[in-house]
Design a protein around this ligand. Structure first.
Ligand code: URA
Length: 438
């Protein structure tokens, strides 16, 4: 079999066989197929798509490219959550501790930033000393001891996805339903949780720009998860503007801490309660969503979820004091505000532009080797529907490099659409997709 023929077949709209998919996945993982051929194939898949069967085969081949975790050393029903990627999406930092504070074991594997979207692993590394590359043994031990561990995709877990994820990030091949479905579900299958809750984003800041595409992706992933015996739910949520106000690693960590401390943004809390209720009910720790949400609010009120975050940070060798003193988190040296040029209502915010600006400031990766700046980013002051008078602050930029700041500010021009008339708030939670296990 030759990689050249596989690329040409997909380029011409053909359907790949299981053998061809396995040949590509195993060869690329082993380093026998070079990046340029893998890039060509992913670009061909981007344009030509994949059938349901091809996507399922690709997912399984990627899941089996490394170890499949057996989480049986952890007692209880294990839950995991994954987002398709958004701007300002710090839900895992809030949700993990909330669910764990209710006694539901959270064994979570997270990713780094991708394209204009941020990743939980980068955000967690804002805590000085935090280790995301913990061993499997430590991972199990931490979940058993404190109820939660969040690890990066280290070791030998879905190594095919690890390589492809980094490649897609820098070759403009992220926004593909089969590639996203296979990437996420291969990791989730390999990571072994019994209950998987997926947050599928739709809108200008998401990889799936339309609700229709997001629904296709959600259904595809739920189907794959269900077929391998995992209780899988997908929540389709709006990403037409950043979630919360903060975009950028340590800035988002601060917002997550504030949310766990009871004063976070409404949209972030709403999404955490929705996703969290599926995790808690799926694990059998609450009868129904209403009861689960009540319990999730209780662990914010009594601060046990905030304490759980500090325990998580400490357990992974980070400085847990930063949960109570955010001055210990990385901070930028330059602060600049952007003001409204006219009076009016915020009709919309170009969400992908905000993500891109954060990346340009240094908060995301331009190449596979880029080292990111954890302290930079943007904090919005106005969100959609808010009224802004001329001169009001729309957003604050946090930077360390004057040239990068100027570049980001010029890209930000026109990111806010301001109009004369009041605007109706869009619904955050759009759809919930489940499929009963056969
Ligand atoms: N998140 C992932 O893990 N993979 C993707 O391809 C997109 C978002």
């Amino acid at each position: 079999m030759r990689m050249y023929d596989i690329i040409a077949k997909k380029r011409d709209g053909g359907t790949l066989s299981r053998e061809e998919i396995n040949f590509f996945v195993s060869g690329y993982t082993a380093g026998e197929i070079p990046d340029y051929q893998a890039s060509a194939l992913t670009m061909a898949i981007f344009w030509r798509g994949m059938t349901e069967r091809e996507t399922a085969e690709l997912t399984l081949a990627m899941a089996h490219s490394g170890d499949i975790l057996d989480l049986s050393p952890i007692s209880g029903v294990k839950v995991d959550k994954h987002s398709t990627g958004g701007v300002g999406d710090k839900t895992s930092l809030v949700l993990g501790p909330m669910v764990a504070a209710l006694g539901v074991p959270v064994a979570k594997m997270s990713g780094r930033g991708l394209g204009h979207t941020g990743g939980t692993i980068d955000k967690l590394e804002s805590f000085p000393g935090f280790e995301t590359g913990i061993s499997e043994r430590e991972f199990y031990a931490n979940v058993n001891r404190i109820g939660i561990a969040i690890a990066g995709q280290t070791g030998n877990l879905a190594p095919a996805d690890k390589k492809l994820y980094a490649l897609r990030d820098v070759t403009a091949t992220v926004e593909s339903i089969p590639l996203i479905a296979a990437s996420i579900m291969s990791k989730k299958i390999a990571a072994g949780a019994d209950v998987i809750v997926l947050d599928v984003k739709t809108g200008s800041g998401a990889f799936m720009k339309t609700e229709e595409q997001a629904l296709l992706l959600a259904r595809e992933m739920v189907r794959i998860g269900t077929n391998v015996g995992r209780k899988t739910t997908a929540v389709v949520s709006n990403m037409d503007e950043p979630l919360g106000y903060a975009v950028g690693n340590s800035l988002e960590v601060i917002e997550a801490i504030n949310t766990l401390d009871g004063h976070g943004p409404e949209d972030l809390l709403e999404l955490c309660l929705e996703l969290g209720s599926h995790m808690v009910v799926g694990a059998g720790a609450a009868e129904n969503a209403k009861e689960a949400k009540k319990e999730l609010l209780r662990v914010i009120d009594d601060k046990s979820a905030l304490r759980k975050l500090a325990e998580l940070v400490e357990a992974q060798k980070g400085d847990g004091r930063a949960v109570y003193d955010t001055a210990l988190l990385p901070a930028s040296s330059i602060v600049r505000t952007v003001e409204a040029k006219e009076d009016g209502y915020v009709e919309g915010i170009a969400c992908d532009t905000v993500g891109l600006c954060s990346m340009v400031l240094g908060g995301g990766r331009e190449t596979k080797e880029s080292v990111i700046d954890l302290s930079v980013g943007i904090v919005l002051n106005k969100k959609t529907c808010d009224y802004a008078a001329k001169g009001d602050t729309l957003a604050t930029f946090y930077a360390n490099d004057a040239a990068k700041l100027e570049d980001a500010l010029s890209r930000f021009e026109g990111a806010y659409r301001i109009g004369e008339n009041p605007v109706r708030k869009q619904k955050l939670i759009r759809h919930i997709i489940t499929e009963e296990l056969p």
